[in-house]
Design a protein around this ligand. Structure first.
Ligand SMILES: Cc1ncc(COP(=O)(O)O)c(C=O)c1O
Length: 414
């Protein structure tokens, strides 16, 4: 059959990936979690301490989230039944959006099935041609940090902009951002400036205050101004004294803030929050919202419980414990003379190993010792910067952190 020729092409691509040892599809299967306050992953008959999860506060195992999830499923059913504008808008979705908006002090919020879907739609809708509201595609310049998340890159790709409409500034380099904005004055009516808040490979933070200072300098020089979009998926719920992420750390705000409910909030789904006009526009134009189901009612219920919890004493105590654990880990690493690839205050802590094969061996050795950690290799990080990414959670005990660092030291020395 003629199609076999195409399937053979796919087979050779899979072989290429396998031969380069970058295949992802042999994922580790977790059989469940222990039910104590500090859950361990169960794989076969063995228990593992999890140091590679984005569940920074341990909320996905929290009894309150599980209870609220069950209650919402009981009330609304297990799925939304339809996309939002047909009959899939449930009271729990509206309550969640309202709480997200309040949490981030915005007018409104819109929930998507994932933050990936939120980014695709947001970048596409803000940059595509839209003659009905006289936003002409060629009027826009998109300015992006060079290490932005794949979902941002794909959202920009979808908009099919001319090459000169896409500018990249060097990672976390504010001088370079200034250069890009200065060089493009007079060439475009408006700028959409987009960046990750927390960069997930090294736990680095984008300084939103510095970005806003530069925006202030150039905003009036573009007739339709500069719009700042920040994807703070790893920041929301995980950093800042009250879990408001990078905006809280730098005391500075984006026009549109994108977050996920699937990391620190312990649920699933993504959101965008901002002024009424921006959220209304997304609700009218975001295809991944209009033509795709929203999160299940149970998931929305769990996310609501997470936000409520964060606003109260328990959430604040969890955030404090998370910060203490990060500080404790960094101290222990220093004492053990291990090196970090970046000085991060975020629960993402990258241990610099420098060699691809060594990171893989270390990961396997640590697995045998009962730890789940992740190796990050070239080309995701630059050559000779291969790392073990450790992710700290509020549920970790100091004893677990001690053990992790101790075993690391032993294995690293081998
Ligand atoms: C910066 C960033 N944006 C977006 C996403 C996608 O989040 P979600 O899993 O909700 O689609 C991730 C997740 O890896 C992320 O790190």
């Amino acid at each position: 059959m003629a199609r076999n020729e195409f399937l053979d092409l796919l087979k050779s691509e899979i072989k290429r990936i396998d031969d380069s040892h970058t295949a992802k599809r042999g994922e580790m299967i977790i059989d469940g979690y222990t039910s104590d306050a500090n859950p361990k992953a169960i794989i076969g008959s063995k228990k593992y301490t999890v140091f590679n999860s984005n569940d920074y506060l341990g909320l996905r195992h929290h009894p309150k989230l599980k209870q609220t999830e069950a209650e919402a499923s009981e009330k609304f059913g297990t799925g939304p039944g339809a996309v939002r504008f047909i009959s899939g808008t449930l009271r729990v979705h509206k309550e969640l959006e309202s709480e997200i908006a309040k949490f981030h002090s915005r007018d409104d919020a819109i929930v998507f099935s994932s933050a990936f879907a939120a980014n695709l739609a947001t970048l596409f809708c803000l940059t595509k041609g839209q003659s009905k509201v006289s936003l002409v595609n060629s009027d826009v310049l998109v300015v992006s940090d060079e290490l932005n998340h794949r979902s941002i890159i794909d959202g920009i790709r979808l908009a099919n902009l001319a090459p000169e409409q896409k500018a990249i500034f060097k990672h976390l380099n504010y001088g370079d951002l200034d250069r890009v904005l200065s060089e493009n004055v007079g060439k475009f009516a408006r700028v959409v400036l987009v960046t990750d808040g927390v960069f997930s490979m090294l736990g680095e933070l984008q300084n939103i205050a510095k970005i806003n200072t530069i925006i202030k300098k150039y905003d009036a020089k573009y007739s339709q101004g500069i719009l700042l979009v920040v994807d703070d998926c790893h920041g929301v719920g995980a950093c800042g004294k009250t879990g408001r992420g990078c905006e809280e750390i730098f005391n500075s705000k984006a026009d549109l803030l994108i977050g996920t409910l699937g990391k620190a909030f312990g649920a699933d789904g993504g959101y965008v929050t901002g002024s009424q006009v921006l959220i209304d526009y997304l609700r009218e134009s975001a295809a991944t919202y209009i033509y795709s189901n929203s999160i299940s009612p149970g998931t929305a219920g769990a996310a609501l419980a997470a936000i409520t919890l964060l606003k109260h004493t328990e959430g604040k105590a969890l955030l404090k414990k998370l910060e203490e654990n990060v500080t404790y880990f960094k101290e222990k690493v220093k004492v053990a003379h291990l090196e970090l690839a970046a000085d991060s205050a975020h629960p993402i802590q990258p241990l610099l190993i420098g060699d691809g094969e060594r990171t893989k061996k270390l990961k396997s050795a640590m697995f045998k010792e009962g730890f789940l950690i992740t190796n990050i290799n070239y080309p995701i990080v630059p050559q000779k910067r291969d790392e073990i990414r450790v992710q700290i959670s509020a549920t970790h005990t100091f004893e677990e952190i001690d053990l992790l660092v101790k075993y690391f030291k032993t294995q690293f020395g081998k």
